[in-house]
Design a protein. Structure first.
Length: 497
RNA sequence: GCCGAGGUGGCAGAAUGGUUAAUGCGACGGACUGCAGAUCCGUUUCCUGGGGGUUCGAUUCCCUCCCUCGGCUCCA
């Protein structure tokens, strides 16, 4: 007899590309099904751009999918709310660093909400973790891995950590120190990096054994992750440009301080968004603002576009044309999905019949589609493959609906399942629903549209196509799109915001 | 210079040691329509950077060259 337990089913296997090991590896949580996931967040000294959107939309999909597969994910993102650039920006604006980073950060959070990013459990601000940062610095100094310099700075001594460079597969003798940034003469070695920045009287500072100062860049992440996720956790993600030196530094700091290894089981790196072949970045000045984009483009298109390539590869952004193309592709999925949903709502109103009248071949096809989507996402989050499966399922559904037969609520649920399953992770159909609901507007408006439709139908019956087209045109400019189908005329709201 | 990721059709972008190399966009044709749209069916025959090698078979594995992007202590 089957044992009844409260235990949830074991999470489904998922494989992920790990930069450190250089291949796709199975995710094996230390304490299954718990997964600690940290993603390097942004430095909100300026408004965020579309490239940020790509990275964070992707990691949202990753977290959602892992949860869907039965993992209990704690998704942590840091916020570098204080650094040199933030201070420079604050000086320029004649305001405080706090003002600058809070403003840009809250705008970022709003943009993420618009993009349907809803999987982050905690945004951790660097300045909220100064005691943890100082404790870690203390630990490193005590262990002889870090040393204070004459100006109140504290440095990490890279030479003491032999594995430095393993992640990016670089030999430290080969890197060119100072290739782009001046070398601080107080360091013992040029590759050493600052973990505590000695106080400049004009800058915000916290007291420390080394004098007043503020956290350096790399250490904030390790202090935050170690205190929130522990000394070892499952996934560490970020943009590809962070591999060296930032992620190398994090490994050196955390493993140096805790003595435990590996810091992260899997290192994930998201490919950059390119614009005319060049990466989009604040320092190159070729940025397309995220907030600005979301004011001009429906969010579902933006999300769909940002997911249109594999996360590890660079993605080409060609401006408005990219969104237009994404919109057309998305529409192809929305047509079958919306039709099913409308039919499902009608079935509910008519008293849901949950029996399945559909042939077994359709039932099996639905199950196969779900498994194909799961399989694609379970193999290093192959979003593109999953979307291809959605297109295939859409064609299947369109064909079925064209047949004109009627479906029970149970049938419709079955036909909806692949879309629902995919979108639980991918999340663009759910956004479409907000951008342009597939269901009728308030009844008084529906009644008016239906009235106009009747007038058009009688004009068509009279053969007065001029009048019929005029009505169609007017409805169109009022935001309703008309379609004649074998089952009679239909209308839906046009995409808007 | 060193390290990493890449180079696939008109465009975006997957996959694979093996029958016709996904999928979407675009284009073209057919069905449906008064027209349009949506949808369905079909077409888009010589598309895997160059050159070697391994193999019965390479786009996939190896070598080499060329090119692009990223990194070499600011960066999603």
């Amino acid at each position: 007899m089957a044992q009844v337990t409260d235990r949830p089913p074991a999470p489904r296997p998922v494989r992920i590309h790990d930069t450190l090991r250089g291949g796709v590896v199975p995710l094996v949580p230390r304490v299954s099904p718990r997964v600690g996931m940290f993603v390097c967040g942004l430095t909100p000294y300026k408004p965020s751009h579309l490239g940020h959107g790509r990275t964070f939309v992707f990691f949202d999909v990753a977290a959602r999918f892992l949860r869907q597969q039965g993992y209990r994910v704690f998704y942590l993102q840091n916020v570098t709310d204080l650094d040199d650039k933030t201070l420079a920006q604050a000086r320029e604006e004649r305001t405080s660093y706090f003002d600058v980073s809070e403003r840009n950060f809250s705008e970022y959070v709003r943009d993420m909400e618009r993009l349907g990013v809803r999987s982050v459990n905690l945004y951790a601000r660097c300045t909220d973790y100064v005691p943890e940062i100082l404790a870690q610095i203390q630990e490193l100094v005590t262990k002889g891995l870090a040393y204070p310099g004459p100006t109140g700075d504290v440095y990490y001594e890279v030479g003491r950590f032999p594995a430095f460079g393993a992640l990016s597969r670089q030999r430290m003798e080969e890197v060119r120190p100072g290739a782009r940034v001046e070398v601080d003469p107080h360091k013992r070695a040029p590759e050493d990096f600052v973990i505590w920045k000695g106080g400049n009287p004009d800058e915000p500072a916290w007291p420390s054994p080394y004098g007043p100062g503020r956290p350096g860049w790399h250490i904030e992440d390790t202090a935050i992750t170690v205190s929130v996720l522990g000394a070892r956790y499952e996934i560490h993600g970020g943009g590809a440009e962070l591999k060296f030196p930032h992620h190398e530094a994090e490994i050196a700091l955390a493993e140096g301080a805790t003595g435990l290894t590996p810091l992260a089981q899997i290192w994930m790196h998201a490919g950059l968004l390119n614009m005319r072949g060049e990466k989009m970045s604040k320092s190159l000045g070729n940025v397309v603002g995220l907030g600005e984009t979301l004011r001009e483009q429906p969010a579902d298109r933006v999300r769909f576009f940002l997911l249109s390539g594999l996360y590890r590869s660079p993605l080409e952004f060609a401006g408005e044309e990219s969104f237009a193309e994404a919109g057309r592709g998305l529409e192809r999925l929305r047509v079958p999905y919306d039709r099913l949903r409308v039919l499902r709502a009608d079935a509910e109103n008519a008293g849901a019949d949950h029996r399945r009248a559909l042939g077994t071949s359709s039932q099996e096809a639905s199950g196969r589609a779900v498994e194909a989507i799961r399989g694609a996402l379970a193999e290093d989050f192959n979003v593109r493959q999953a979307v291809a499966e959605m297109f295939a399922w859409g064609r299947e559904v369109n064909g079925l609906l064209q047949g004109g037969e009627s479906f029970t609520a149970g049938d419709l649920d079955l036909l909806l399942e692949p879309f629902r399953f995919a979108d639980e992770s991918l999340g663009f159909l759910e956004l479409s629903e907000q951008v342009a609901p597939s269901f009728a507007p308030p009844p008084e408006i529906s009644a008016l549209v239906d009235l106009a439709l009747k007038a058009r139908e009688s004009a068509r019956r009279r053969g007065d196509f001029g009048e019929a087209d005029r009505i169609r045109e007017e409805l169109s400019s009022a935001g309703f799109r008309l379609e004649d189908t074998p089952q009679g005329p239909r209308w839906k709201r046009k995409e808007g915001r």
